[in-house]
Design a protein around this ligand. Structure first.
Ligand code: NI
Length: 393
């Protein structure tokens, strides 16, 4: 089985599928047409497809002719609330919605892999499952599939993201910390209204909230080891009704990004304690809520890291493995890794010669489509390398 050749043969199909998806983007949890399209494609190939009554996305199963373990390959399918800039011949046809993170590419690459795998069941020692996941951009929606049993019987999971910060032809499957968690907190600072000209008659929730915003920065600077990464960002501050009225309630909303799992678990308490005591000093109180989003993404299974890097190297050739710094961004693939071993990496799609170097989540986001079939090849190679190694072949 010459996977390099088979993947290359899928190039036109992958680009065509990607362009269809790009023209018809749907936001997270609303990927109805996208799911229909994926299911149609999969059924045409003869894959078993499972859909869900109450959520979008689907899981396909490709059984090999010989018994073995089960490996899952993952693509995400949702788009973003961004108005695409004109320029492509296949621009989004939906105003205000755009595939600006490359999830259209992931879906198309995985469909290409499905075509190869369904046509070569006799080469598969075990089972390959493909998960086309909704709503990656929204919290930790991947958990919905876990709750519905999608990981039952799955021994390992593999995922990758097209990476506009890395040249086409390169890939990165490094071990260790890759992406941080993405948690959200809300702090409601409560005080007492008074006329703005007589502040001593009330308790200024605005002033207290401002102090809380400042104080929160002492968590990254004074509570975690300086050798560990932590971001606490307050992105929203809402309150007040008029310039001359003391606000009696101000809401702060922020995000926490960290890799250290133990420290992360302690964050709700740290925020509550700090916010409560600072607000207290101003005669106010603080009510805190904390939402645990996607957990940190850490590649910590040596054998999977090795197999993923090997698969990328086989597909892309000598010198194609690059290094990428860890990022404080997040990826809800990590939720699967809370349950089963997994590995996640990046496929370079930047091509400066072609003028393709726009960052993700940008209205001009673009990828070098000529390397997407390599993504297909890496998916197939990882599945087979894993299953063959587990079968002792
Ligand atoms: Ni993404």
């Amino acid at each position: 089985m010459n996977i390099g050749l088979l993947a290359k043969e899928q190039s036109d199909y992958v680009i065509q599928a990607r362009r269809y998806l790009h023209e018809h983007p749907e936001l997270g949890e609303q990927e109805v047409n996208t799911t229909r399209y994926i299911c149609e494609q999969l059924k045409e190939m003869g894959a078993e497809v499972q859909t869900f009554a109450d959520i979008t996305g689907c899981v396909a199963t490709i059984r090999g002719t010989r018994p073995g373990k089960t490996v899952m390959l993952r693509a995400d399918i949702d788009a973003l609330p961004i108005q695409e800039l004109p320029g492509k011949s296949f621009c989004s046809k939906t105003p205000g919605v755009m595939h600006a993170c490359g999830h259209d590419c992931h879906t198309a690459m995985l469909l290409g892999a499905a075509r190869i795998l369904t046509a070569h069941r006799d080469e598969i020692q075990g089972t390959v499952k493909l998960i086309f996941q909704m709503a990656e951009e929204i919290g930790r929606k991947s958990e919905e599939y876990v709750k519905r049993g999608a990981l039952e019987g799955v021994d390992a999971i593999f995922g990758m993201h097209v990476w506009p910060g890395m040249d086409a032809g390169l890939a990165c499957f490094e071990g260790g910390e890759r992406m941080a968690c993405s948690d959200r907190f809300t702090i409601r600072v409560k005080g007492k209204k008074a006329h703005g000209s007589a502040p001593h008659e009330g308790h200024d929730a605005m002033l207290a909230a401002a102090a809380v915003v400042m104080g929160l920065q002492s968590i990254p600077s004074r509570q975690i080891s300086p050798l560990d990464s932590l971001v606490v960002t307050v992105g929203m501050m809402n309150g007040g009704t008029k310039e001359n009225i003391l606000a009696d309630e101000v809401e702060l909303v922020g995000t926490v990004r960290v890799f250290d799992r133990q420290f992360r678990r302690s964050m709700p308490e740290r925020i509550e304690q700090l916010a409560g005591q600072i607000a207290g000093g101003y005669g106010c109180s603080a009510e805190c809520t904390y939402y645990f989003g996607p957990s940190p993404l850490i590649n910590e299974h040596e054998n999977l890291n090795r197999l993923a890097a090997q698969s990328a190297l086989e597909e892309l050739g000598e010198g194609s493995l690059a290094s990428q710094p860890k990022s404080m961004g997040a990826e809800d693939f990590s939720v699967y890794m809370e349950h089963i071993p997994g590995v996640f990496g990046y496929l370079g799609v930047r091509n400066r010669e072609k003028g393709i170097e726009c960052i993700a989540h940008h209205p001009a986001f673009a990828v070098d489509e000529d390397v997407l079939y390599h993504g297909t090849g890496i998916y197939v190679r990882f599945a087979l390398n894993y299953l063959n190694e587990e079968a002792g072949a």
